[in-house]
Design a protein. Sequence first.
Length: 521
Amino acid sequence: MPERIAATVACVLPVAMLAAWLLKMLTRSEKAQDDLPPALPECPLRVISPFFRRRFDFLRRGFELSGEPIFRFKLLRSTVVAVSGAPGRRDFFTSRNLDLGAGFRALSGTIPMLPGVTSDLDPTKVATIYRRLASVQNTANLERLIPRILEDIRHVAETWGTSGTFSPFDEIPKVTFQTNLRCLAPSELADDPALADRLRTLYNVLDTSTTPASVLLPWFPGPSAVRKVLSTKRIHDIISAAVDARIKGHVLPQDDALQPMLDSGDDRAVIIGASAASPLHFIMGLLVAGSRSTGTTASWLVTFLAGHPAWQAKARSEIELLLSSCSTPGEAAYPRDTNAPTAPSRSLAQLASALASIPLTAWESHTPVLDAVIRETLRLAQPHTALRQNTSSAPVHIAGKAVPPGAFAVYPFADGHLSAELFPEPWRFDPGRAQSKLPFAWVGWGAGANACLGQRLARLELKLVAAVLLLGFELAVVGEGGRVLGGAEVPRPDWNDALHCRPAAECSLRYRRVAGWPQER
Ligand code: HEM
C-alpha cells in the first residue's frame, strides 16, 4: 500500500509542479504602461504553437487582428513585441539596446547549453571570432578557396548521375553544407565524405528537434530536448577529435581555417564550441549560422533559375562570357572538341577547373545578373524573423511604442519583402524589378549592427553553385506527374517553413548532364 501511494505521488507530483508553474507564468500581470503596443486578444497558451510552427501566418494575423503595425503578445512569462512598417523597421534595426544574441538564445533554441560543450562568450572572444571570420573572407583566402569549393560542388553533383529528378530542398543543401565545411572546418572533416555526411545529419537533427517545449522549457527533458543534447554532444565530439589530432601533431598542419587559429593560440573552446547565446564560436556555431541560410538560398536560387528560362539563359551567358574572357588565347577554357567522346563526369571536372580560372574580382564585380538573381531570391525566399531582446534597464521605443526591459522584439522579413507597396506583385520572381529606395525595405543580409558577417563568402558560394549547375546541367522545375512548370507556375516559397521555405505544392528539379559546353547544349 505505501508503495502504491509513493508511486502515485511520483507520477502526480511532477505534473502538479508543471501545472502550478504554468499557472504562475500565465497569471503574472504586466506593469501598466501607457505607451505599450496593443495586446493580442489571445490566451498566452494558444499563441505558442502558431508562433513556433506557423510564424508567418501567426504574425500576419496578429497585425490584422490588432489593426496596428505593432502589437504585443505573451509567450509564457515573456512579453514579445511584433514590429512592422517603415518607422518600426528603422527603429528595430538601429536600436542599440536590442540584442540579437539574447533574442536568439531565448526564442530560437537551436543549440542547447551543455557544460564543457556550449557556453556564453565574453566580448573579447566574440571579437576574436569576428576577426577569424573576416580572415576566412579576405581576398587572398577566397581566391584560394574558389577551386576547392568548385571541386566540392562537382563531387556532390557527380553523385546525382547523368539525369534524373530530385528535390532541390534535399539535394542542394548537401552541396552547400560541404562547401561551408570546406571553408570553416578542419580540412580532415571536409575531406572525409562519411564524417561530413554524419555531421550534416546531426545538424539536421538539431534543426528538426526544435519544438516549442525545447525552446520555452529548455530544462524540461522531453524527447526533442534529449535529441538536441545528444546531437550537440556528438557534433562537438567529431569536431574536437579533429582539432585535438591537429593540436597533438597526429595530423600535419593544413592550409585551412583551423590552422591560423591554432597558430595564433586561440582558445580551444572558442575554436570548437557553439554558443547557446549567439550563432557564434567558430566551427560549430558558424556552421549553424551559415549552412542553413546558404542551403535554403541556394535551393531557391537554382529552383527559380530552373523555372524561369529567360533568367536562366541570361545568367548562363554571363558566366560563359566570364569563362571566355578568362581563357588564354589558343586554349580551350572548357571542352570545345565536340568530336571527342567526352564522358559526362569528365566534363564536370573540366567545367570545375575552367570556372576556377575566373578570378574573384570577376565573380564579385562582373556578374550583375547573378547579383540581381541572388537579391531577388533573398527577397522572396528568406522566411527569417529577426529576434531581439531589450537587455537594457529602460524601455526601447519602436515607432513610439515601448518594448519593456527584458521583453523581446521580433521583425518578420515578410513585412518589407512581401509588401505590394514596396515590391509590386511581390510573389513574382523578377530580378529586373526596380529596387525600393526606402531604408530597410530589403534586408536580405540583415541590416544595422547585426548585418550578416558571412555574406562575402555566402555570395561567392551561391555564384559557384549556380555556375556549375547552369553550365553542367539542363534544368527544369517539374510538378505533379512530371509536368514542367515555368514562370508563375513555379510553386511559391512557404514562409511558414522557417528553415527551408519548402513549398507546400510538389516541386522537383529535372536535370540532365550536359556533356560539353557550349556546342552540345
Ligand atoms: C545565403 C546565406 C546567408 C544569408 C541569407 C544570411 C543572412 C543573415 C541575416 C539576415 C542575418 C541577420 C539576422 C538578424 O538580423 O536577425 C545574418 C547574421 C549573421 N550571419 Fe549570415 N547569412 C548567410 C550566410 C552566412 C554565413 C556563410 C555565415 C558564416 C560563415 C554567416 C554568419 C552570420 C553571423 C555570424 C551573423 C550574426 C551577426 C551578429 O551577431 O551581429 N552567415 N545572416
